[in-house]
Design a protein around this ligand. Sequence first.
Ligand code: PEP
Ligand code: MG
Length: 566
Amino acid sequence: MPSNSSTVTHTLSGAGIGRGLAVGRVVRMPEPLPEPASTPSTLSVEAELSRASAALAATAADIRERGTRAGGTAHDVLEAQAFMAEDPTLADDVETRLQGGLTAERAVFEAFASFRDLLVSMGGYMGERATDLDDVSQRVVAHLQGVAAPGIPDPDYAFVLVARDLAPADTALLDLDKVLALVTSDGGPTSHTAILARDKAIVAVVGAPDALRLAEGETVIVDAAAGTVTVAPSTDEIAAAEADLAERRARPVAALGAGALADGTAVALLANLGSADAAADAVAKGAEGVGLFRTEFLFLDAQTAPTVEAQQEQYTRLLAAFPGRKVVVRALDAGADKPLSFLNDSPEENPALGLRGLRALRANEQILRDQLTALAGADAATDADLWVMAPMVSTVEETRYFTGLGRELGLQTLGVMVEVPSAALLADRILADADFASIGTNDLTQYTLAADRLLGSVAAFQDPWHPAVLRLVGEVGRAGASLGKPVGVCGEAAADPLLAVVLVGLGVTSLSMSPAALADVRSELSLYTLAQAKEFADVALAANSAFEARAAVLEATTHATPITGS
Ligand code: PEP
Ligand code: MG
């Protein structure tokens, strides 16, 4: 159990996401509440009944008020949750249990649990409400115990959120006016929490082991570029950080333009997006198109599969923002840390190795058909150059299945993500069928090094500079070059400016990243020729470790002949 007072040293270290900086007070994500004890109540039944009724009513009012503030879809979801807290059958069940001598906490807990079991046994839509019910139950019990309700805290000031980790659904809903920065003890730099943080330009340091020892309310400086959290900073340190922030805000925006090496070799610079709302910002930051649209981020909260119409509306909005430009949309990548309740219904011991990505879609083919149909409809209604790819492909046969189905449903350009070593090793055969490949270096690193991308304890293995990963990238680059098929990278590796040059040297033809990273990658690419990029790639491949590869390439750049332009 983390202590509530800070006993941490002056600076914590973790993996910084992006290059942002923030100064603010710590607010900790509450731990889930333990099950209330079943010891008999010392109060009268009437007293417990009035506590329970008051807590249920207050919880309903609180949830309803949050819904009104949030608006949109969240409003409907929260309204339904408020009704759960007001359900008369549930109130009767609580009362019956109180008559048996239980505390209000225990009676509420048991009544909700039995309601939950009933919903689960009904299956389908009702079964999917069970998680919502658990959330309401925790909120009522928290109210009775006078402790913070679980979920993202909502104080009336901006804060630095400290958590073990966040569910992607929580990260996606973070209020950016309130959350100055995010610090987690778990999760590596390629966890989906980190990716969403990068996507939303949230200043973040993840995988900082001592994070849970930060005390509520204490001031910290979070420096993502350095991967540090300064605890109890001095007034001088705070003043320096604030001056730095002011200077960053005043900085002119770097020049935009198509990505290219110093010798003019084009390297398309594309954006990774999780919602059409982010399109305008990506264009403003110079994205030449979209290299990865993570469709599953649209539906993290959905309890049922989205309709063709609802999807077509979202995809049309996205494509309409990129007329004449390439937009690569990925079919739903559900599973592991991005479970979708309508696609992943049975628990697995090792979900990253389970029914994830294309495997889950194939087991629910109608959902895949609906998505591809919606994409074909959006394509017909807009002028973007739509490319569609499948996640987590591991065999040639899966490639044929996906491209065949996509063509049957009217899509023109169909490809696969290379995230599993088997797909990289057979890239020549996969690309004989697929129109393009996009390398997901986050998962490719996870599977090559056998290191869970969510685990802070193995985050050091999760480094795409590792020569084993680069060798696999080289396989795909070579296959693409010999077959004349494009090979992109859309994992976080593409956002590392120096590694981006190495990836191009390995045969990668486009790079897709969080829009915030585009400017730095664009300027680094412009410094070197293709011959130099290939030379750096050879240097990296010859190293024994990620650390050595990075150091050796850095060293090689200092000897590289400066490009003076012609
Ligand atoms: C990847 O694995 O590199 C990738 C881009 O996919 P995701 O991060 O969404 O798993
Ligand atoms: Mg992936």
